[in-house]
Design a protein around this ligand. Structure first.
Ligand code: ZN
Ligand code: FE
Length: 255
């Protein structure tokens, strides 16, 4: 039976995600920007928290972890590489490790770039990937600690997943990301269609940070850095993909 997933809006534009295994009742939260909205969502669903999965060390992703652990007794999973700057970990994780949630299993993907030690959680059987501030809806995280090369490698790992994988990212930056995407890829019909759909999604209160990978591949300019027409448009014909990505990421920094 596939996992059930619930996006929980937190703070001004963050998301936490609840993941529930209906067979065993185990329930995880991915990142804890705030405690109250997570607790409210758990209560509404009647789910009991058993696990806390942490993607990276930024406050807006971990500041509720200790309080939520104290309230629920949940065990905490996070990157071994960042153990010194994360809440105390019950399970330290490296690339390729597994997280078990009842009968479900996530694979840990090491995705440095936004930070060193940023990890993502991929539940292949349920077609879910929790990417936080690495791959984001119509964008990718700013490079605070890692290099453009590292982020390109990280994004390439996601591009290898099945297109029907639901990408669940850390923030709703859809407005700004859409404006930037249009500025660098203005003739992409899929991008125009997606942006038109966004107003409807917003009005219907759909979580803007949750998007199928196939849609990201068709519209997210950072996933399209390897395409010839985009290289040509940016005066980089035949250039290496990672250098085109670096150019696009640089443009976004000053957009
Ligand atoms: Zn962050
Ligand atoms: Fe963040």
């Amino acid at each position: 039976m596939p996992l059930e997933m619930q996006a929980v809006p937190c703070l001004s534009d963050n998301y936490a995600y609840l993941v529930h295994d209906p067979e065993t009742g185990r329930t995880a939260v991915v990142d804890v920007p705030e405690v109250a909205p997570v607790q409210a969502a758990l209560a509404e669903r009647g789910w009991k928290l058993t696990d806390i999965l942490v993607t990276h060390h930024h406050d807006d992703h971990i500041q509720g972890v200790d309080a939520l652990r104290a309230a629920t007794g949940a065990r905490v999973w996070g990157a071994a590489a960042d153990a010194h700057r994360l809440p105390a970990l019950d399970h330290s994780l490296c690339e390729g490790d597994s997280v078990t949630l009842g009968n479900a299993r996530a694979t840990v993907i090491d995705v440095p770039g936004h930070t060193i030690g940023h990890i993502a959680f991929h539940f292949p059987d349920s077609r879910l990937a929790f990417t936080a501030d690495s791959l984001m809806a119509l964008g990718c995280g700013r490079l605070f600690e890692g290099t453009a090369d590292q982020m390109w490698d990280s994004l390439s790992k996601f591009m290898a997943l099945p297109d029907d994988t639901l990408i669940c990212s850390g923030h709703d930056y859809s407005k700004g990301n859409a404006a930037f995407a249009l500025s660098v890829d203005p003739d992409n019909p899929d991008l125009h269609a997606r942006i038109a759909q966004m107003d409807e999604d917003r009005a219907a209160d759909r979580p803007m940070a949750v998007v199928p990978l196939g849609v990201e591949k068709a519209t997210n300019p950072f996933l399209r850095a390897g395409l010839d027409y985009l290289k040509d448009r940016h005066g980089m014909p035949g250039e290496e993909d990672r250098l085109v990505f670096a150019r696009l990421r640089g443009l976004k920094d000053t957009f």
